[in-house]
Design a protein around this ligand. Structure first.
Ligand code: GLN
Length: 485
């Protein structure tokens, strides 16, 4: 019966491994939900129902033979459509890739599959992951499952919505400047950007290579830990992958907050709405009540993150996206000579925001301006990293808002790029520093919509970040139980 299928990845995997439910039953339950609500939400660019059914049957036969299908046995997963899947279209929600099919799986896709997960589809995103609302997709916007007049956030909005709507127990996104944490906050899921280099980027179609990281969306902190343990760890095929074993996170979740030093940034850039600020204050109180010490810290360069990011990320994008020229991948618009063909293909193939970024980045890197713009942005990046390092001399983690507001209405910021960029004020600095960050659902704000609290930690302290996140989650659960009692 459908109500026996658990929601959480940890519980699904356990039930499938013990044979109390089959991977096929789990899958059918999720496919039925997709049938019911996908038309109004549009989380997916592609649903892989046939492939998923085959894979689920395979998992079930492994269980029947008494073999172990892995820690994510039978867990339905949704993959952001900028992750390469062998023989399956991978579009980046852009017209320019046409019906291109990658010849290989991204390392994360391979590792999820080896862990027993079942891929159910490729999720919608802002074109090439540029945006904060999933309205910049060439295939139309994704809607927030909590209120379909509102955005799910972005750029991994399809992945966030897929988990929030129960289409998949977990999903993967990419976070270059907040694209996992902000949609997680807006859709009320957990969303994690691990330490840069902790998860292989092989097969993630590059946006800003020095900033991009892959991470999970899940219902619970434990599910996120389980997923990251499966996908992290050294990959010799990614030169920026850290030479370390997979992250060890689940063993730290029950450590509690006693003795944890939690930073409150006193010079945080303004912009958080009162409802979000109120939740953040409550999060500090919750950790203090659990035995943490709240410590005021300064991160003076925090406020320059956005400016530095909008020089560095477009500069890297202008270089990374040069490969889409009508010759090697996907779509081509014919023209009388090669130069005109390049121009016509890129004019037709890229949307407005991608063109804006390519132009900004090309300008920032051009002779005469490179030192003034790109070079100075790199110096600011260093200052931000130094400021965080100084703060972390006194604290173990830092709490901030994940998104300045709850989910906004579709169309609200679509014609105002700067307003859209401001959505990432609190998330971008940790992409620049390379440190991990995650959004934890923490009650609701205006209109009864989800609020996320962001937990930040120094590089390679992902486990400490998870320890604090687990405590916040326990507090939220205790509040809910209190309300029900
Ligand atoms: N919203 C930010 C941007 O548009 C971040 C995107 C991301 O993290 N991929 O660049």
């Amino acid at each position: 019966m459908s109500n026996e299928i658990p929601e959480q990845a940890t519980m699904i995997a356990e039930a499938v491994r013990f044979g109390t439910v089959s991977a096929s039953q789990v899958l059918e339950e999720h496919l039925a939900r997709i049938d019911t609500r996908e038309a109004e939400i549009h989380a997916f660019n592609l649903v892989l129902a046939d492939e998923a059914r085959e894979r689920a049957a395979e998992i079930d036969s492994i269980v029947a033979e008494g073999r172990d299908p892995g820690p994510l046995a039978g867990v339905p997963v949704a993959l952001k459509d900028n992750l390469c899947t062998r023989g399956i279209p991978t579009t980046c929600s852009s017209k320019i890739l046409g019906d291109w099919k990658p010849p290989y799986d991204a390392t994360v896709v391979k590792r999820l599959s080896e862990a027993g997960a079942v891929a159910v589809g490729k999720t919608n995103l802002d074109e090439f992951a540029m945006g904060s609302s999933t309205e910049n997709s060439a295939f139309g916007p994704t809607r927030n499952p909590h209120d379909t007049t509102r955005v799910p956030g972005g750029s991994s909005g399809g992945s966030a919505a897929a988990v929030a709507a129960g289409f998949a127990a977990i999903s993967l996104g990419s976070d270059t400047g907040g694209s996992i944490r902000q949609p997680a906050a807006l859709c009320g899921t957990v969303g994690v950007k691990p330490t840069y280099g902790a998860v292989s980027r092989l097969g993630l179609i590059a946006f800003g290579s020095s900033l991009d990281q892959i991470g999970p969306f899940t219902h619970t902190v434990d599910d996120a830990a389980l997923t990251l343990e499966a996908i992290s760890g050294h990959d010799p095929a990614d030169s920026t992958s850290i030479e370390r074993p997979p992250l060890d996170l689940r063993s730290k979740l029950m450590m509690g907050a006693a003795g944890l030093r939690v930073g409150r940034v006193t010079d945080l850039p303004a912009g958080a709405s009162p409802d979000v600020q109120q939740r953040l204050d409550e999060a500090f109180d919750a950790l203090a009540a659990a035995g943490a010490e709240i410590v005021d810290v300064e991160v003076p360069a925090f406020g320059y993150g956005l400016t530095a990011y909008y020089l560095i990320a477009p500069a890297e994008a202008s270089s990374n996206l040069a490969r889409f020229d009508g010759v090697r991948f996907g779509a081509r618009t014919s023209a009388p000579d090669t130069n005109q063909m390049y121009m016509a293909t890129r004019t037709d193939g890229f949307g407005a925001e991608v063109k804006r970024r390519i132009m900004l980045g090309t300008y920032a890197l051009s002779a005469g301006y490179q030192e003034a713009y790109y070079g100075r942005a790199q110096k600011v990046r260093r200052l931000i990293a130094n400021d965080f390092a100084a703060a972390y001399a006194n604290v173990d983690v830092i709490l901030t808002p994940a998104s300045p507001t709850v989910a906004f209405e579709v169309g609200d910021k679509a014609s105002d790029p700067l307003a859209m960029y401001l959505c990432d004020t609190y998330t971008i600095p940790s992409n620049l520093s390379g440190d991990p960050g995650m959004s934890v659902p923490f009650g609701t704000g205006d209109h009864g919509l989800p609020v996320g609290v962001q937990v930040l930690a120094p590089a390679l302290q992902d486990h400490t970040m998870f320890r604090a996140a687990a405590e916040l989650e326990r507090y939220v659960q205790s509040q809910q139980e209190g309300a029900l009692a």
